[in-house]
Design a protein around this ligand. Structure first.
Ligand code: FE2
Length: 208
C-alpha cells in the first residue's frame, strides 16, 4: 500500500522507541510520505528521521489545539513529559458517519479517560464514542491496583462499540475488559505481536 501511494500520511504518536524507532520500515517503501510528529522532538529524533531516508513533508503538531487534517479528522498533541525525556503525544480523532467518534492513540500517556473526555468537550458529536484503538496505558508494566479496576470499569460506561488494544495497554488490563464484557477485538499474534489480546503488526481494525 505504501509503494502504491495508498497511504497518505504517517502520524507518529511520540518519540518512545517502541512507537518511533521502526520508522525506517515505513520510509523504505515510501520515503516521501507526509509525517506528523508532536512538538517536543529532540534534535536526535529529528536527525533520525532524516537518517532513515525521509524526503517528504514533516509537520509538527503544536500542543493543545486540534489540527484538522480533513473534515472530520483531527490530530491533537497532548503535552506530557515522561520517561527518557519524551515530550508530547499525538492522538487522532475521526468522526465516522452515522456511528460516532473514533479515537486512536499510540500509547495513551495522557490517560485514556482524559483523552476521551477531551473529545466530549471539544468535538461536535464527541459525546458518542464509537471506536477506540491504541495504547490505553492502563497497566503497561502489568502492575495492578484498585485504581486500574476503576479505570476499566469507567471505560465500560462510554458505550464504545469497538475496542482494540496495543501492547501499551497491558495484558492484564485487556483480560479485565474481557471479564466485564467490553467489545474487545482480538489480534492474530503474528509478526512479533505479543499475543491475541493485542491488535498488533499486520492486524486490521475496521472502525466503521
Ligand atoms: Fe507505549
Amino acid at each position: 500500500m505504501l509503494r502504491q501511494g495508498q497511504i497518505e500520511a504517517l502520524i507518529v504518536s511520540h518519540e518512545h522507541f517502541d512507537h518511533f524507532w521502526g520508522i525506517g520500515s515505513t520510509l523504505r517503501h515510501c520515503p516521501n510520505i507526509t509525517l506528523y510528529i508532536p512538538q517536543g522532538f529532540h534534535p536526535h529524533g529529528l536527525a533520525f528521521i532524516k537518517e532513515q531516508g525521509h524526503t517528504g513533508q514533516l509537520i509538527t503538531v503544536p500542543p493543545d489545539q486540534p489540527l484538522l487534517l480533513l473534515p472530520g479528522l483531527a490530530v491533537v498533541n497532548f503535552p506530557m513529559h515522561t520517561l527518557l525525556r519524551v515530550d508530547g503525544e499525538n492522538v487522532l480523532y475521526a468522526q465516522i458517519r452515522d456511528r460516532g467518534m473514533a479515537m486512536m492513540t499510540g500509547c495513551g500517556h495522557g490517560g485514556v479517560l482524559n483523552l476521551l473526555d477531551y473529545a466530549r468537550r471539544t468535538f461536535q458529536g464527541g459525546d458518542r464514542i464509537h471506536a477506540l484503538y491504541g495504547g490505553l496505558h492502563i497497566a503497561p508494566l502489568e502492575d495492578w491496583d484498585e485504581s486500574r479496576d476503576r479505570m476499566v470499569a469507567s471505560l465500560g460506561q462510554y458505550g464504545i462499540a469497538k475496542l482494540a488494544c496495543n501492547h501499551c495497554t497491558g495484558r492484564r488490563a485487556v483480560e479485565k475488559m474481557l471479564e466485564i464484557g467490553l467489545p474487545v477485538l482480538r489480534g492474530t499474534a503474528q509478526n512479533g505481536s505479543q499475543n491475541e489480546l493485542f491488535v498488533g503488526n499486520g492486524d486490521v481494525v475496521e472502525l466503521a
